[in-house]
Design a protein around this ligand. Structure first.
Ligand SMILES: NC(=O)c1ccc[n+]([C@@H]2O[C@H](COP(=O)([O-])OP(=O)(O)OC[C@H]3O[C@@H](n4cnc5c(N)ncnc54)[C@H](OP(=O)(O)O)[C@@H]3O)[C@@H](O)[C@H]2O)c1
Length: 228
């Protein structure tokens, strides 16, 4: 049976993405599972992979992008137990998920609870895992603390706000004006990074306990200065 996947033969703009058809499905070897991909994210990081500017990424074209996905287990390789055909699973693939079918080591995907919309479940993989790790494993924020989130209207930013709200954090988020209602609806106080100085605002409240900054450069230094 044939299947389609997206590949790039060189790094670059959106035009390098091509849909190609493979003549036969990949066959799982011992220890593999084959997954029928239902959804894959299109994240900021996928864009960096596509452009060839994702720090530390060693793969070279031709390759398929696709950092995460949710799919259904389609075929088991020899010796695979504990996972069933038809089971919905999620995986952090880093690349390769822009495809209808892919192989993974059987211990890589995790089960997705039945009844979830795959397109909603996939947001839990890269964006929410990133937000969770930063909040709980790196910053180790405590209930009621103050945080500053840059890109608060983005994928990771909104995940940080949702997870932060569970801890009753006092949250400030930089975002474009059009995303301020979204930031507010998630419990954050929006700051328009185009017209307001977030450092002045953070100093006025006595500083924050943690700042999450994927903007970098001078912004990062100013985030550091925003800390208590
Ligand atoms: N290491 C990891 O595991 C990991 C995982 C996921 C993401 N990331 C990284 O995290 C970053 C965000 O990813 P994402 O998926 O959340 O991207 P996204 O959904 O595209 O959101 C990025 C946000 O950045 C905002 N922004 C741009 N310039 C800004 C500035 N000067 N100040 C404040 N906000 C600004 C944009 O806000 P407006 O539209 O409001 O202007 C946009 O909402 C990326 O660098 C990505 O590579 C890392």
């Amino acid at each position: 049976m044939s299947y389609k996947k997206v590949i790039l033969n060189e790094f670059g703009g959106p035009q390098v993405l091509q849909v190609v058809e493979e003549a036969a499905l990949p066959e799982p070897e011992a220890g593999d599972v084959r997954i029928k991909v239902l959804v894959a994210s299109a994240t900021f990081t996928d864009t960096m992979v596509r452009k060839g500017i994702y720090y530390g990424f060693k793969e070279t074209p031709p390759l398929s992008p696709g950092y995460d996905m949710v799919g259904a287990v389609d075929k088991l390789g020899a010796g695979v137990t504990g996972i069933e055909i038809g089971q919905m699973v999620a995986d952090l693939t880093v690349f390769g998920a822009y495809t209808e079918y892919m192989l993974r080591l059987a211990d890589s995907p995790v089960p997705v609870p039945a009844g979830l919309d795959p397109a909603e479940a996939v947001s839990m993989v890269l964006s929410y895992v990133t937000a969770y790790q930063m909040l709980h494993r790196i910053a180790k924020v405590q209930r009621g603390q103050k945080i500053l989130v840059h890109g608060a209207g983005g994928a990771v930013g909104t995940a940080l706000l949702e997870l932060g709200a569970l801890l009753d954090l006092e949250m400030y988020g930089t975002a474009s004006k059009t995303k301020h209602e979204l930031v507010k609806s998630l419990g954050g106080t929006p700051i328009d990074y185009k017209s307001e100085d977030f450092l002045v605002k953070m100093e006025a409240i006595g500083g924050v306990d943690a700042a999450f900054d994927a903007i970098g450069g001078d912004n990062f230094k100013r985030s550091f200065e925003s800390l208590k």
